[in-house]
Design a protein around this ligand. Structure first.
Ligand code: ATP
Ligand code: MG
Length: 254
């Protein structure tokens, strides 16, 4: 055969299951995520969305099943190593240094995730590289105008954008976002929506989000979790029209 060679999906989840003692919080679930676009996971409270994310990031070890990132089995890989293999999850706001500027925060992330450790004082070329990378990260998350502001003085929405900027420092192929708009006002939600959509043009964004309007607007595909299982998977229009999905949200699905 010439030409086309099968390329592994950005993320492939096969039969993962997570039990807490006897209780099965998740699975078994299987799905794949293509290498670009926003792929949303929705579902009522307790459906297993965060448990799924924790199995993807390595914070939780699944009871069964496998997780592959770009074809590589990462099921048992430590969380920090997954980051170096192209899987990113936004840092918590508590990971920001509130007394440093936005640019300094971005620079620290770029430095920490640059391919090898380096001596800040001797390697001026790499220092310039890290600074340029920080500029680029802030540009992507619409924070350039805030670069010299102390991070602790940013609005809640801006802080969440900075977390994502920092998560992108390692040039991930897959970005996981768990409720990135929670606690935000309408203007910040709108900005975040546009930025997530833009990120989806160059990487796979796996998004957990309760804001259904947002999900419908920017997702390439939607997976509905219900009681730990996949209830439906499809295009936004298919999900919106699905009677079982509506019933799950109203609490009447079997
Ligand atoms: N560490 C744990 N120990 C025991 N049970 C847990 C644990 N973590 C989650 N669960 C249970 O697993 C189920 C799924 O929880 P999970 O947090 O994944 O739901 P979710 O879809 O993220 O919900 P939400 O929309 O409220 O964030 C729930 O019944 C929850 O109580
Ligand atoms: Mg959750």
């Amino acid at each position: 055969m010439t030409g086309s060679q099968a390329v592994a999906p950005a993320l492939a989840v096969a039969g993962i299951e997570k039990r807490f003692d006897g209780f099965r919080a998740l699975g078994p679930v299987s799905f794949t995520v293509a290498d670009a676009g926003v792929h949303a996971f929705i579902g009522p409270n307790g459906a297993g969305k965060t448990t799924l994310f924790n199995c993807l990031t390595g914070r939780l070890r699944p009871t069964a099943g496998a997780v592959r990132l770009g074809g590589r089995d990462i099921t048992a890989m430590a969380p920090h190593r997954r980051v170096h293999h192209g899987l990113a999850r936004s840092f918590q706001i508590t990971n920001l240094f509130p007394n440093l500027t936005v640019h300094e925060n971005a620079r620290l992330a770029a430095q920490a995730l640059s391919p090898r450790a380096f001596d800040l004082w001797r390697d001026r070329a790499r220092l310039a590289q890290v600074t340029a990378r920080a500029d680029e990260l802030l540009e992507r998350l619409a924070l350039t105008a805030r670069a010299q502001t102390v991070a602790g003085l940013l609005s809640h929405g801006e802080q969440r954008r900075l977390e994502i900027a920092m998560a992108l420092a390692g040039q991930p192929q897959v970005l996981l976002l768990d409720e990135p708009t929670s606690g935000m006002g309408i203007d910040d939600i709108d900005t975040m929506t546009r930025l997530i959509e833009a990120l989806g043009r160059t990487m796979a964004v796996v998004l957990i989000e309760h804001n259904i309007r947002l999900v419908m607007r920017i997702s390439r595909s939607i997976t509905v979790l219900y009681r730990g299982a996949i209830l439906r998977q499809g295009l936004p229009a298919e999900i919106a029209a699905d009677p079982q999905v509506k019933a799950a949200y109203l609490g009447t699905a079997a």
